[in-house]
Design a binder for this molecule. Structure first.
Ligand code: GLN
Length: 207
């Protein structure tokens, strides 16, 4: 039985849990979904999902609660699967392009990320994206972008694979190796559509 943790310090963690639990129930996967707030909870996991929310708060809470070194050690373990969405993507990145003093990132994903790259909350949008190149049959996924970051630069092109690029050329989904996934948008906020979560479980956790 694999244990998938969802980091529950801040942000849209309950939405991730709902999607993941639906995938497990629908498909009978040998997977247990758990919330993670403490080093003990983290230590029992095989995978960790870092939700969207606010990366500055996530970073501050992780520092204040003493979770930061545990999270850092966990995500850098190549036997663990890791998925960061939006603020979670920012938090797992190697470097921030802007407001560096506000977030102490986990320095896992070998990219430089720009926070709030599309502007303010009012510039949030939903775009139907064709992810069928990496998720079989997924031609029309409603990707929710809320004060979303973009991957501005890839430091290690051998390690990091861009998965999806908007028409403007901005990279909004990427993987690193066979265990790390990052998305600028929020699959956890796609109502009644758990295809992205199902793909994460099958491709990264149950592989
Ligand atoms: N802009 C937010 C940040 O910097 C991320 C927004 C989100 O997760 N929706 O953390």
């Amino acid at each position: 039985m694999k244990r998938v943790g969802v980091l529950a310090l801040q942000g849209a963690f309950s939405e991730h849990i709902q999607h993941l639990e639906k995938c497990v129930a629908d498909n009978g996967y040998e997977v247990k979904i758990v919330t993670v707030r403490t080093p003990e909870e983290l230590s029992q996991c095989d995978a960790l999902v870092l939700p969207g929310g606010e990366s500055t708060s996530m970073s501050l809470i992780a520092q204040r609660t003493g979770m930061f070194p545990h999270l850092r050690k966990f995500v850098h373990d190549p036997s663990k699967a890791v998925w960061g969405t939006c603020a979670g993507l920012i938090y797992i990145s190697q470097e921030l392009a802007n407001e560096r003093e506000l977030v102490q990132p986990l320095e896992l994903l070998k990219v430089r990320v720009r926070r709030n790259a599309f502007g303010r909350q009012a510039q949030s949008f939903v775009q139907n994206c064709n992810f069928s190149e990496f998720i079989p049959g997924c031609h029309d996924f409603p990707a929710v972008f809320i004060r979303a970051p973009v991957i501005e630069h890839i430091f290690d092109a051998d390690a990091v694979k861009p998965l999806f690029t908007l028409e403007s050329g901005l990279i909004v989904a990427a993987s690193q190796g066979d265990n790390i996934l990052a998305t600028s948008f929020h699959p956890e906020l796609a109502e009644n559509d758990s295809r992205f979560h199902d793909w994460f479980l099958r491709q990264f956790v149950l592989k």
